[in-house]
Ligand binder design. Sequence first.
Ligand SMILES: CC(C)(COP(=O)(O)OP(=O)(O)OC[C@H]1O[C@@H](n2cnc3c(N)ncnc32)[C@H](O)[C@@H]1OP(=O)(O)O)[C@@H](O)C(=O)NCCC(=O)NCCS
Length: 221
Amino acid sequence: MNRTNIRIEQPSDYRKVEEITRKAFWNLYVPGANEHWLVHTMRSHEDYMPELSFVLEKEDEIIGSIHFTRAWITTPSGEEAPIVHFGPVCITPELHRQGYGRILITHAIEQAKNLGHRAIVLGGFTYHYHPYGFVGTKKYGVAMTDGKFYTGIMLLPLYEGALNGITGKIKLSDALTPDQSGLEAYDASFPPMEKLVLPHQADFVRAASELDDLLPAAGVP
Ligand SMILES: CC(C)(COP(=O)(O)OP(=O)(O)OC[C@H]1O[C@@H](n2cnc3c(N)ncnc32)[C@H](O)[C@@H]1OP(=O)(O)O)[C@@H](O)C(=O)NCCC(=O)NCCS
């Protein structure tokens, strides 16, 4: 593998990061993509965590990025236990499945751990995140906001006993659901790419709604 470097994202990286994000997600989960708009807007949100926003460089060129926002577990008594969320994460498509994502994600997890965070929550395909120890939130008795447990909503505690005594519901930052009204004009500032309806987009719809029926939930009668 060629020389790689990971560093905190700088404002001068923003456009390049958004270009790669757009390319990496284009037609992947929906026709077109909105993750570049998400990255673009989340940076100015109060829940954004610049100290955990990394770019991965190969031979001094940015090839991937990862972004974190604050998240919480709301316990039955109404307390909000702070955790963190990561996503979007991406590697430029020509370099997929060559170990670069693993380098970036492993680094980001280590840094979140070093900063003393309790746990990371994220949503996505299980095959992307099980290799790092993420598992469906049901194992920890933590449901999604609708009270249901999904296989694609996963948690990774960052230290021994980090989630002891903490059950409840995930609360994600509204930085993750930006107003989409600016997306079209923003997207037009990039080179045109064709939006396509593709068969694999249905996998995402299925994965995003798959309920976790396998395990009884921890701490939930
Ligand atoms: C997800 C992503 C960041 C992974 O980066 P990557 O460099 O391709 O992944 P790696 O080569 O480091 O893979 C690490 C491990 O993850 C798993 N994995 C990654 N992509 C996978 C895939 N398409 N299918 C199954 N397992 C996969 C494998 O266990 C892999 O290890 P292996 O290759 O030794 O089997 C990258 O594919 C990407 O940018 N995808 C498009 C955007 C996206 O879907 N982001 C995630 C949702 S927010």
